[in-house]
Ligand binder design. Sequence first.
Ligand code: ATP
Length: 329
Amino acid sequence: MTAAVSFQNVSRHFGTVRAVDDVSLDVRPGEFFAMLGPSGSGKTTCLRLIAGFERPTGGTVSIFGERMDTVPPYRRPVNTVFQDYALFPHLDVLGNVAYGLMVKGVNRATREARAREALALVRLDGFGARRPAQLSGGQRQRVALARALVNEPKVLLLDEPLGALDLKLRESMQEELKLLQRSLGLTFVFVTHDQGEALSMADRVAVFNEGRIVQAGTPEEIYERPATRFVADFVGSSNVLAPPLVESLTGQHRFASLRPEKIVLSGAGAIAGEVRSHAFLGATRRLLVQTPQGALHVTLPSGAALPPVGTSVTLHWSPADLHLMEDAR
Ligand code: ATP
C-alpha cells in the first residue's frame, strides 16, 4: 500500500541544531497519526516539512507516492490547521472558509456553497456572517478546521490545534475531531505534546525526542511496552526500575518499566516497602511506596482498602508486566 506520507531518512538541520535528524516514517492512508514529544523535539518541523514550508537538508518526503522535493506548498495535497487558527479578522466566517477557493479562482456561487458544506461538517451552520471576534475559542477552532477541509486535502496537518482551549472544551473537541476524521476517512497528522491527547485520539503515535523518533506504534504498544526509558517517563506515569533491582528480579541488568496499576498489595513474589503518601485521583488513588530499592507508585481503585501512611506493605506484580527497556533516549 502506498503511504499517505512517507519520510525516508529525513533531516532538517539549522546550522548546528538538528531539529529533525534522520527520521523515517510511513503514515497510512486514512490513519490518525500523532507526533508526540516535548517542546523542541522536532514535531512542528516535521509537519512543516510535509506542508512544504521547510525543505529537508537530507532525505526525501513523499505524499501518496509522489516525491515532494520540488513541489511548493500550494501545490501539495495537504492543508494545515494552526494552533492560533490564523483567521482573517476583517472577513466574516464564510469569507474565511471560502478564502482558499477564491485564491484558486473558484467562482463565487461554488465557493460559497462549498464553504457552507464545510461549515456544516464542523457544526457551524448559520455562523457564516459572524466575524472571528464574535466567536468563542472552540468555534474559531472549528472555522480553522472548516477552512482547511474546504480545500479537500488528502492529508490534514494539525499543529497543537486544541492547545488554546480549556480542558473541558479540549476533551469534547478531541472526540469531535476523531469522529470527523473517521467519517471523512481522511489522513490526519496531529502534533501534540500532550500524551493523553495522543493516546486517546491516534491510531498510531510516533514519540519524538531530540529530533528523532524513539518509538512508533499503537497507543497500547507505546503505553504497555515503552521501548526506552525516555518513552516510559514521558508517556504516562510508569515506574522506572533501576538495573540492580531488575537484575535481582530477572537476572538481566536492564532498566524496566512497571505501570502503577499493575502493582497489587497481595500475592506472591514480593518486595517490601512503606506507604509514604496517598493522592485522590477520582476513580483511582495513587500511593507512593518507599522500598529499599527506590520509591514506586501504586494505583488502586478508589474503593480498595487503603493502607494508612506509615504502614508496611508488600508489592506484587506479574513478571509479564515488568517490561525491560533500553536506557537510550
Ligand atoms: P514545540 O512543541 O515547542 O512547538 P517542536 O517539537 O514542535 O516544539 P520544533 O519547533 O520542530 O519543535 O523545533 C525543533 C528544534 O529546531 C528546536 O530546537 C528549535 O529551536 C529548532 N528550530 C526550529 N525552527 C528553527 C529555525 N527556523 N531556525 C533555527 N532553529 C530552529
